[in-house]
Design a protein. Structure first.
Length: 338
């Protein structure tokens, strides 16, 4: 099938928006599941069919998903790195995946593409390949554990006949990012960056991640995982490139892990009084002090995945933020990224 009907969860998020735009431009009919609180302006502009629902509500997912749908793209997930959000995160990432898998089986989906993460493999020190064993369930971070558990829901679907493919992107950069790594641009611009974490990782361009989703639906091997990386870099190197694009002074060294950890614990203590998820959490600090990289060789061979340079990814992200008025042209005052 070169095109058909696609059902997409998480369609208003960073990856989901890029995927929906690619599907639409490729001639697919797209049905997007959305929560009542989601901003569906862009979906309406494209003429996407929107269906109210929530992955944690099995009946709403089943009602929204068309019969004999050609491809289900399950992109929705909770990215929270706060231990106090663990119950909600489990409902979204694990039970939500179970609900989408069940609906896809009932509606006889011809292909199911699950957006997982390199996190599902756990915090390996060695460079990841698809054959690396997962150590995620030994980790203290709920996001890492629930991404692995979500994959197990897909595996159970495979045993019941679900034609599923699993994608494991690394850190994702590029256009449409407002709440992820792109927030660092604003902090650097306003000279409010508190420090740079000491970790490192692999980075993937969101456009290529979206293309890999479509390729997975068309030519991915059922039951297989595909790691999506690209450029390996330290977070310091990433921030230095951001500063160069902004014309701002670049930090010269990262913050020691023990200092970042202390800040995370202090912020977590403050959240006991506010009840709101802090900007920096102990779990978040752990994630950005890890050094997790992965190979994309399998995705390059089988999905025609194209790694991009860190400079390309950050330039595209920066130019999109400027085009949306979320960052100023050089020499003007910066609005807040929110």
């Amino acid at each position: 099938m070169s095109s058909g009907t696609a059902f997409v969860t998480g369609a208003t998020g960073f990856v989901g928006t890029n995927l929906v735009e690619l599907l639409f431009s490729s001639g697919w009919r797209v049905v997007a599941l959305h929560r009542a609180s989601s901003d569906v302006t862009r979906l309406r502009e494209l003429g996407i069919e929107i269906a109210p629902g929530d992955v944690t509500d099995a009946a709403s997912v089943l009602s929204a998903m068309p019969d004999d749908v050609d491809a289900v793209f399950h992109v929705a997930a909770s990215l929270s790195l706060w231990s106090r959000a663990k119950d909600k995160q489990y409902r979204i990432n694990v039970e939500g995946t179970r609900n989408v898998v069940d609906a896809a089986l009932t509606r006889r989906a011809r292909r199911f593409v699950h957006t997982s993460s390199v996190a599902a493999y756990g915090a390996h020190r060695e460079r990841l390949t698809e054959s690396s064993p997962s150590i995620a369930m030994n980790d203290s971070v709920g996001y890492i554990r629930t991404k692995y558990q979500a994959e197990q829901e897909v595996r159970r679907g495979l045993e019941r006949g679900l034609p599923a493919v699993i994608l494991n992107p690394a850190n994702i950069l590029g256009p449409q990012d407002r709440h992820g790594w792109a927030r660092l641009f604003s902090l650097i611009e306003k000279r409010k960056l508190p420090g740079v974490p000491s970790g490192a990782g692999s980075f993937a361009h969101v456009t290529e991640v979206a293309r890999a989703h479509l390729a997975a639906a068309l030519q991915g091997r059922v039951g297989e995982n595909y790691l999506l990386g690209g450029s390996d870099a330290t977070y310091l190197e990433m921030v230095q490139e951001m500063a160069r694009l902004l014309g701002r002074p670049a930090p010269k060294r990262p913050v020691p892990a023990f200092v970042a950890g202390a800040v995370g614990h202090l912020a977590n203590f403050g959240a006991l009084f506010t009840g709101r998820e802090p900007e920096i959490t102990p779990e978040g600090v752990r994630m950005v002090t890890l050094r997790v990289t992965c190979s994309s060789d399998k995705a390059q061979r089988e999905l025609d995945y194209v790694p991009r340079t860190l400079k390309d990814m950050l330039t595209d992200s920066y130019q999109w933020l400027v085009s949306q008025g979320l960052l100023p042209s050089k020499g003007t005052c910066a609005p807040t990224l929110d």
